[in-house]
Design a protein around this ligand. Structure first.
Ligand SMILES: Cc1cc2nc3c(=O)[nH]c(=O)nc-3n(C[C@H](O)[C@H](O)[C@H](O)COP(=O)(O)OP(=O)(O)OC[C@H]3O[C@@H](n4cnc5c(N)ncnc54)[C@H](O)[C@@H]3O)c2cc1C
Length: 372
């Protein structure tokens, strides 16, 4: 069993940003990046898409896979140990926290890792509908993120469809009116689930049509691996009537599944299974356990907001670890050592006497962080 100060679970922008900060602070983080965890490759959701045009620093855009490869290299460059395994069981009831890997997580198995702090950055997966044609035209007309993909040329001045009846669907549809010739919202039921105000705005938008009692049954389009979707088959669930319509974009707004099953009952989750964090922080209900990225954010769900929250989690984990070390030092020992915060081993390595007065330069780098 291996012990680390901090373990990161996940491998998207949140996890890698946390890893970059923690490794630069010499905390030697270990990242479990997952082995097709939840069906997504290590690197997270961006590995499933092509061009990212809204991540700052890339004026010409960058491929999702390329961006995540670069983040991985940056994490490794500063000393993050990356393990390509999925964490399938955790015990967060006491420190050190215990983590088990997939396939060796039985009752009698030793944990693979223990850690003083854990950062959860396991993301959330957009729900799909498994429509015929869906896998062929995924990212070739079908998307689960209007804000991410709406501006790409294939949708400009074209008829676009949104599936869903909640606030997200309404927001996505109104956002898409900037790009499409017209936006149709397909609602399975005879009313919207969106808030009253949102529903009112949606129904009043001249570029939007809401079709109630209507579902998509098939996506049709060009042949070949890069072929784009061109049509959609629809069905009225009341009359049973079917039709085929021109459609160059189809946006799913049917919810996300945060990857939190293994944390259930251990950290507080909300009714939609997202990890609850204190607003503006990465603090979960368990001291020492931090959450970052889409796993705790059902509103923005962007690469850059995930990266930002990964930074917050790293700084808060650093602070936690520093305070945790302080509280473990006995007051008497601290006084005898001249209030030194230097660990004995570190002091020995530096050839310093334990009673020597501490200096900023002798403190580990993460203790010098002016934010802490
Ligand atoms: C098709 C698509 C296109 C998108 N385009 C854009 C865009 O253009 N711009 C933008 O800003 N955003 C875009 N997004 C949204 C963006 O991808 C997400 O907001 C972002 O990736 C979330 O990052 P994250 O770090 O929270 O985790 P994720 O990217 O969700 O990654 C988490 C990863 O952690 C790993 N993992 C999960 N569970 C475990 C476990 N138990 N053990 C070990 N590892 C585990 C898995 O590999 C998982 O995928 C897009 C999303 C999709 C689906």
């Amino acid at each position: 069993m291996v012990h680390s100060k901090v373990v990161i679970i996940g491998s998207g922008p949140a996890a890698h940003t946390a890893a970059i900060y923690l490794s630069r602070a010499e905390l030697k983080p270990v990242m479990y990046e997952g082995m097709l965890a939840g069906g997504t490759a290590a690197g997270g959701q961006l590995t499933t898409t092509t061009d990212i045009e809204n991540f700052p620093g890339f004026p010409k855009g960058i491929g999702g896979g390329e961006l995540m490869d670069d983040m991985r290299k940056q994490s490794e460059r500063f000393g993050t140990e990356i393990i390509t395994e999925t964490i399938s069981r955790v015990d967060l009831s006491q420190r050190p926290f215990k983590l088990w890997k997939e396939w060796s997580d039985g009752e009698n198995d030793e944990p693979a890792h223990t850690a003083d702090a854990v950062i959860i950055a396991t993301g959330a997966n957009a729900r799909r509908l498994d429509l015929p044609g869906e896998s062929q035209y995924w990212q070739n007309g079908i998307s689960a993120c209007a804000v991410c993909d709406g501006a790409v040329p294939i949708f400009r001045n074209k008829p676009l469809y949104v599936i869903g009846g909640g606030d997200s669907a309404a927001e996505e549809a109104m956002f898409l009116t900037k790009y499409g010739s017209h936006v149709v919202v397909l609602v399975r039921k005879d009313k919207l689930r969106a808030s009253k105000a949102m529903a009112k705005r949606l129904l009043a938008n001249p570029k939007v049509t809401v079709r109630f009692n209507t579902v998509a049954t098939q996506v049709l389009g060009e042949e070949g691996p890069r072929g784009l979707m061109t049509h959609l088959k629809l069905k009225n669930v009341v009359s049973g009537e079917e039709e085929t319509v021109d459609a160059n974009g189809l946006f799913y707004a049917v919810g996300h599944d945060p990857a939190t099953a293994l944390f259930k009952g251990q950290v507080e989750l909300d009714s939609e299974q997202y990890i609850v964090t204190q607003p503006g922080t990465s603090y979960t209900s368990v001291p020492g356990v931090f959450a970052a990225g889409d796993v705790q954010d059902k509103r923005y769900r962007q690469a850059i907001t995930s990266a930002g929250s990964g930074c917050i989690a790293a700084l808060e984990a650093e602070k936690f670890l520093a305070e945790h070390e302080d509280s473990e030092e006995t007051p008497a020992a601290a006084t005898e050592a001249g209030q030194s915060k230097i660990e004995p081993a570190a002091a020995e390595q530096n050839g310093q006497a334990a009673k020597e007065k501490p200096t900023d330069s002798a403190a580990p780098e993460y203790r010098q962080n002016p934010l802490l």
